[in-house]
Design a protein around this ligand. Structure first.
Ligand code: ZN
Length: 186
């Protein structure tokens, strides 16, 4: 982003597959806002309890303190005194997160929302398609395919579990490119 709005809020969305560096990028942007002496608040959904309950944590162990919320309205309440609002793992919230982001942006806040755009089957994940449409600024990050080294946009599940949500890291998932991604039973 070279030019940002003045006297206005906006919505930034950082999407991509697992291991593409979404949380790392979210933390980078929030740290820069903090250096600029802006007040930040960071949220993540209750489902994601890996590593740490009170922080968002990237794969290389970068971390920032966060609130864990179970309903999106808590974000509105806890954001009141803050200027820059980070939200991680957006795919795990329900569609009400979109309205929450719009309300916050209309209250002149900068929203930075990060999440998985697709699930392990390659299908759109939760509210992500809609929030990507609502974004003023949208970045799609890619990982590196573990099989061939190409840029990777897919998340390969390496276990046979068929639930959409299976919490795990390198023990259960790999980044794969379009050619190397395999659907279950293929
Ligand atoms: Zn590949």
């Amino acid at each position: 982003m070279t030019l940002t709005p003045t006297n206005s809020g906006w919505i930034e969305v950082i999407c991509g597959n697992m291991f593409s560096g979404k949380t790392e990028e979210l933390i980078r942007r929030l740290r820069r806002a903090q250096i600029a002496k802006m007040s930040t608040a960071i949220f993540k959904p209750k489902i994601d309890s890996r590593f740490s309950d009170e922080h968002i944590v990237s794969h290389n162990n970068n971390r920032l303190k966060s609130y864990t919320v179970s309903i999106t309205n808590e974000i509105l309440e806890l954001s009141k005194q803050h200027e820059v609002i980070g939200i991680d793992e957006v795919q795990f919230f329900d569609d009400s997160i979109i309205e929450v982001c719009k309300i916050l942006a209309s209250n002149n806040k900068r929203i930075i929302a990060a999440g998985l755009d697709t699930d392990y089957l390659g299908n759109p994940f939760g509210p992500m398609p809609k929030i990507m449409c609502e974004a003023d600024y949208l970045d799609k990050l890619r990982a590196i395919c573990i099989k061939c080294g190409n840029p990777a946009s897919y998340t390969q599940r390496t276990t046979s579990d068929a639930n959409q949500v299976v919490i795990g890291e390198l023990d259960k998932y790999e980044a794969r490119c379009r050619n190397c991604h395999r659907l279950p039973n293929n």
